[in-house]
Design a protein around this ligand. Structure first.
Ligand code: FAD
Length: 406
């Protein structure tokens, strides 16, 4: 069997690893537009801060050789011909498949005028992040302006600060990480950013990057202008689906898949940031662009390729922040019909309920209870009997777990 996997990110590599664990003979072609061995993007910050390679190349730099993969790096796929069951590569080559996996991930999404100008950096890939860090290390810059305070924007702001730049982080909403944080937990992150010297501008919308060929300043919605030596766009991510145009693969924002992660084309699967999957809690379909989802989807696709009836349980919304100086975890919804909170010193604990069930929680300072809350949430356990103590640091963990067990 000839399996062609597009993308060597966490999703694509997990597909290859899962298949290889059971099938020594399959010919597995793994194609990556980037020139590097497979890496884990969540470890980019650690890599540039500490110089360590191990967490970044999470399966080892030699993983493709160890797994006996036919790894093509530094070559992009430009077209899928679903009828002929083959991919056309941008180096003129062609790859035919018996089974194919679209694991092309996501890239920067910058819906801001002028974002195509030269000189606008991003932190979405190892190649882009390396180019940015090299510029800083050459000493070309003193001041950086980061547009967008999602988790990538926050990470890059911290990194550039650590590398000695003056950093301004601009966010249109009234808090950092507005997609995942409630306002109060976001304040904890904001305090850490300020403590580490990052200048934060909330409720500030960048309307355009401006320059003739190269970016020279940004214009704000208020009309004022800001200039820096380095501009970073961290305004969101978007599935890499351009090469699927006219292929017959159904896609909206991301590739449409069923619960076995199959696309509408025969023998073509999709996994990771490129796929629109079902949310395990709400049932909604959208792109859940986080690492654990990509890995689990890769595993399910791998099992499907091996002929197992694997069903994906659904994606989770879960982010843990390791680099801000305070441990923080954000899981599920950031609001509910009812909000239970505990605040003491550096510890903030917020649990959101709907119909007596946990729909989300945010913990900072002490995140040890996250496993318990997550388990209760995923089981849709009725926690109303514990409402009074649910947010307390010492709530009856063992009793609640026992009561929630099926
Ligand atoms: C800086 C950063 C920090 C992050 N931190 C966290 C975190 O703390 N926790 C968390 O859960 N998630 C985090 N994420 C998100 C997480 O990394 C992604 O959800 C995950 O990498 C998705 O894996 P993937 O394999 O689907 O896609 P990707 O990792 O995007 O990999 C896809 C690969 O496919 C390649 N490709 C694309 N198009 C083509 C083509 N046409 N031909 C050939 N190759 C192609 C790309 O170059 C890329 O190498 C972070 C992401 C970034 C960038």
């Amino acid at each position: 069997m000839r399996i062609v996997i597009i993308g060597a990110g966490p999703a694509g590599l997990t597909v290859a690893e899962t298949v290889r664990a059971q099938d020594r003979r399959a010919h597995i072609v793994l194609i990556s537009a980037e020139p590097h061995p497979p890496y884990a993007p969540p470890a980019l910050l650690d890599h540039f801060t500490t110089g360590r390679d191990e967490p970044l190349f999470w399966k080892g730099v030699d993983v493709c050789e160890r797994l006996g993969l036919d790894f093509r790096r530094g070559v992009g796929v430009r077209r899928l011909d679903g009828k002929a069951r083959r991919f056309e590569l941008d180096n003129g080559g062609v790859e035919s498949y018996d089974r194919a996996v679209i694991a092309s991930g996501s890239r920067l999404y910058a819906p801001v005028a002028g974002s195509e100008l030269a000189g606008i950096a991003n932190f979405k890939s190892l190649s882009a992040a390396s180019a940015l860090v090299e510029r800083v290390r050459r000493g070309e810059a003193k001041r950086a302006l980061v547009v967008g305070a999602g988790f990538i924007g926050v990470e890059v702001a911290l990194l550039l600060g650590d590398l000695g730049l003056e950093v301004m982080l601009i966010e249109a909403e009234n808090r950092v990480m507005p997609g995942i944080m409630d306002r109060e937990t976001a304040r904890v992150v904001e305090a850490e950013l300020r403590r580490r010297g990052v200048e934060l501008r909330l409720e500030t919308r960048v309307s355009a990057f401006v320059g003739t060929r190269r970016v020279e300043h940004v214009t704000l919605a208020s009309g004022s202008e800001l200039a820096a030596d380095i501009y970073v766009a961290a305004t969101g991510v978007k599935p890499n689906i351009d090469f699927l145009q006219d292929s017959g693969v159904e896609a909206k924002w991301g590739v449409t898949v069923d619960d076995a992660l199959r696309t509408n084309l025969p023998d073509v699967y999709a996994a990771g940031d490129v796929a629109e999957t079902r949310d395990r809690m709400t049932g909604e379909r959208y792109v859940h662009a986080i690492f654990p989802n990509a890995v689990e989807q890769g595993r399910i696709v791998g099992l499907g390729l091996l002929g197992f009836e694997a069903r994906y349980e659904g994606a989770e919304s879960m982010n843990s922040l390791k680099h801000v100086g305070v441990p923080i975890i954000a899981v599920g919804a950031a609001s509910g019909e009812e909000e239970l909170a505990y605040r003491h010193g550096d510890v903030l604990r917020k649990v959101f309920l709907r119909d007596g069930k946990i729909v989300g929680f945010r913990l900072s300072g002490d995140i040890r209870a996250s496993g318990v809350y997550r388990s209760l949430m995923l089981r849709r356990a009725d926690v109303s009997p514990y409402r009074a103590s649910l947010a307390d640091p010492g709530f009856g963990v063992a009793d609640v777990i026992r009561a929630a067990s099926p």
